[in-house]
Ligand binder design. Structure first.
Ligand SMILES: Nc1ncnc2c1ncn2[C@@H]1O[C@H](COP(=O)(O)OP(=O)(O)OP(=O)(O)O)[C@@H](O)[C@H]1O
Length: 351
């Protein structure tokens, strides 16, 4: 079932094109992230869905109903911003009950609903505190409670965790996901943090230059990026450019293979390999049917649990290999090594 549909939405400011005929569907009850670099149009798309900004063209549908002309306050959206925008002079309880009262829900019914959502966000007992008597994470949970208490048709989150420090942010990611599952709300989350998008989402939509360039389940888009942009924006990637020869890709020093279907011989292609899919072959080790690439170590970046080996790439650039430090590797900078990786992890990109 579709919760929110975006149909051919375009938006510009003067000569600046911000969104170009964006069409997509957000499944009901799912958590979808809009992920993209700064200026890619994420917030603008979110604001258009919420009714805060009018599109130049295109339609917005909630559960099949066209809401493009429906005013902001009648669209029944819940919104949480990066800055919590709580009413500072009002208690937690009053902040949360505010939206219900505005909808004409008062008395015991309203108090019960506030109690229910405060329990959901684990803030029972904090009803009489003022926002400034709460931590950043607690304030953001009040903002969430305020957004969900009115049972909105869609929950819109604009980088709600970005003001929190790293540890609190990770805790809040888990909380946010739990609250979203419990509430069952169709949720659209704007972020430029790829790890956050992968961790939280049922679906990730990658935006670049006002277009959705790829969308899918986190595992699908991480493992099978379609373009160079998607491969390098979501995670890290090594690229091999070459031409198709027989059943492989000639990359100068050899031929590598991919699990994907190849175009006709002679075609120029680019393949991507994630750093953690590569390994350093031990001296004398047989790579079997894996791809191999002989090179030299440039640098080793030790980060405790993992190390990144930076090696010379085919075109003079870098190749990154991410390795778990099960044992401390004996290799050192300057050393000749051979990299190996599976053809199945060699993803052919679109031109
Ligand atoms: N009201 C406005 N008037 C003029 N330009 C705007 C307006 N709102 C947004 N823009 C421009 O539109 C482009 C897209 O902005 P938007 O906020 O949607 O990007 P974003 O992907 O959310 O980026 P960020 O991660 O930096 O918030 C930017 O270049 C921005 O400067």
């Amino acid at each position: 079932m579709i919760g929110v549909e975006v149909a051919s939405i375009s938006k510009g400011y003067g000569s600046l094109r911000v969104l170009e005929k964006v069409s997509t569907a957000f499944k009901a009850g799912e958590f979808t992230s809009l992920l993209g670099p700064s200026g890619s149009g994420k917030t603008t798309l979110l604001r258009i869905i919420g009714g805060f900004v009018d599109p130049d063209e295109g339609r917005i549908l909630f559960g099949g109903e066209d809401v493009t002309e429906v005013a902001l306050w009648q669209r029944k959206v819940g919104m949480v911003f990066q800055s919590y925008a709580l009413f500072p002079h009002m208690s937690v309880f009053d902040n949360v009950i505010f939206g219900l009262n505005r909808q004409g829900i008062r008395g015991e019914a309203a108090r019960k609903e506030v109690g229910r959502v405060l329990e959901m966000v684990h803030l029972t007992g904090f009803e009489q505190r003022k926002p400034k008597q709460l931590s950043g994470g607690q304030q953001q949970r009040v903002a969430l409670a305020r957004a969900i208490v009115t049972k909105p048709r869609v929950l819109l989150l604009d980088e709600p965790l970005s003001a929190l420090d790293r540890r609190l942010r990770q805790d809040m990611q888990i909380e946010l996901r739990r609250i979203q599952r419990e509430s069952g709300l169709t949720t659209i989350f704007v972020t430029h943090d790829q790890e956050e998008a992968l961790t939280l989402s049922d679906t990730v939509a990658i935006l670049d230059g006002g277009r959705i360039v790829q969308e899918g389940a986190p595992l699908d888009i991480y493992e099978r990026p379609r373009t160079r942009f998607a491969a390098s924006f979501l995670g890290d990637a090594n690229f091999f450019e070459g031409s198709v020869t027989g059943d492989g890709i000639a990359i100068g020093s050899g031929v590598i293979h991919t699990g994907d279907g190849l175009p006709s011989p002679g075609s120029k292609v680019t393949a991507a390999v994630r750093p953690e899919k590569m390994r350093l072959l031990a001296p004398g080790e047989n790579p079997g049917s894996d791809n191999v690439f002989a090179t030299r170590i440039r640098e080793i970046i030790y980060a405790g649990a993992v190390s990144t080996f930076i090696a010379e790439g085919p075109g003079g650039g870098d190749i990154k290999v991410l390795s778990q430090n099960r044992e401390i590797s004996p290799v050192s900078p300057g050393q000749a090594i051979t990299l190996a990786w599976s053809p199945a992890n060699t993803v052919l990109l679109q031109a």
